[in-house]
Design a protein around this ligand. Structure first.
Ligand code: GN1
Ligand code: MG
Length: 368
């Protein structure tokens, strides 16, 4: 179906004046749609949910409906006492009251509100930006802290289960095609050695949960820097976007994922590995911003595992990129054949940089 025609199914006023690709998401297809009438303009986000990644798009939408309803009510209630107007995208329903549309090809499409006068960056800009990112994640954790985790379905079974990614990697490597791909590339073989030397890392959080040291709570799941909106006028953080993976998990996953993205000023797509490093000033700024919003969330046990989270998440994401490269780029969107391999190398390099700074990162965490 033509996209402008599809948009007509949603309850939007005005005439469509432009429809263009938006952002750099690695999973869903995202467009900006601008509608105008004589006196107003409405800017919206049209998204095709990636059905190869999310097995049950309808569940994703039902989760989003419940989570945003909870958070919007809380935002309204706290508006008068808040230091800023925090925002969160809202689902724009269809004219007949549905949260999304399924087209004949089976794809699920949804429309959500754009956070106006705000933007997300692919890389941390400076310490102030990192601090605002921390504040947004901390405030998000505050918003979902009293949401009942059992009322949402698992959006993506196996998401952030590192041993599962390792098993998928092993299964891929058992395929002759993947093994040949590994054989053909010195860089890929280097990545494989990197993984072999860190296999034991994978179970650190499963073990901690099994021992009863850490408990699950509502988390975002994908709090990387370009999912955090910054107000263009005030330069303050204003919203967390990309809510598909919000579910019960460990706060460590969010911490580690945000930091692996924010503390690598070179970004995820850097070609020159020499530029990839873990920046502790950005880390400290992020943590300060987070603590100002959510310091009471972190127990001593949580703190004890923060370093492990910071080290694990780039390992896990690198492993996911590397496995996808070997499997023929089936999960993450790519623009060139070696892109997932290059992305994996960046994450592994970042992980090495974190390992080299272990003592200093641990004392930074202790100082929080
Ligand atoms: C994907 O869709 P996007 O780009 O916000 C991925 C994250 C990765 C990220 C790496 C559902 O996020 O887990 O950290 O790419 N999301 C999913 O850029 O797999
Ligand atoms: Mg995103």
């Amino acid at each position: 179906m033509e996209l402008p025609l599809l948009l007509q199914e949603f309850a939007v006023e005005g005439r469509l004046v432009t429809l263009q690709p938006l952002g750099n998401g690695n999973v869903n297809d995202t467009y900006l749609a601008v509608f105008r009438n004589t006196f107003t303009e409405t800017q919206l986000v049209l998204q095709r949910i990636n059905g190869k990644v999310f097995p049950t798009p309808a569940a994703i939408m039902s989760n989003m409906h419940k989570i945003t309803a909870h958070c919007h009510a809380k935002l309204e209630k706290e508006l008068d006492t808040a230091d800023r107007v925090w925002q969160m995208p809202r689902i724009v329903q269809t004219r007949d009251g549905r949260d999304c549309v399924q087209t004949d090809d089976g794809a699920y499409w949804r429309v959500i509100t754009l956070i106006p006068s705000a933007r997300a960056y692919d890389r941390a800009q400076n310490a102030e930006h990192a601090m605002e990112c921390g504040a947004v994640l901390g405030h998000f954790h505050h918003l979902v802290a009293d949401f009942d985790p059992t009322s949402v379905q698992d959006p993506l079974p196996g998401f952030h289960v590192t041993p599962g990614y390792l098993a998928a990697y092993d299964a891929t490597l058992a395929e002759p095609k993947a093994a040949a791909k590994l054989d053909a590339s010195m860089e890929a073989r280097r990545c494989a050695r990197f993984v072999e030397n860190r296999r034991r890392l994978a179970t650190v959080f499963q073990d901690a949960v099994d021992r009863g040291e850490l408990r699950r709570r509502m988390v975002h799941g994908d709090p990387k820097v370009n999912n955090i909106m910054i107000d263009e006028f005030t330069a303050k953080g204003t919203a967390m976007i990309d809510l598909d993976t919000v579910s019960a998990g460990l706060v460590h996953i969010d911490f580690g994922d945000a930091l692996r993205s924010i503390c690598n000023p070179a970004g995820e797509e850097e070609q020159n590995l020499a530029k990839v490093r873990f920046d502790e000033d950005l880390c400290l700024a992020f943590c300060k911003g987070y603590m100002a919003e959510a310091s009471d969330f972190l127990t001593d046990a949580d703190r004890a595992y923060l370093y492990d989270a910071i080290r694990l998440l780039p390992f896990e994401l690198g492993l996911r990129f590397f496995q996808d490269y070997l499997a023929g780029d089936v999960y993450f969107k790519t623009r060139s054949p070696e892109q997932n391999l290059a992305r994996a190398r960046v994450q592994f390099r970042l992980c090495e940089s974190i390992e080299a700074r272990e003592r200093s990162i641990r004392s930074l965490i202790d100082s929080l």
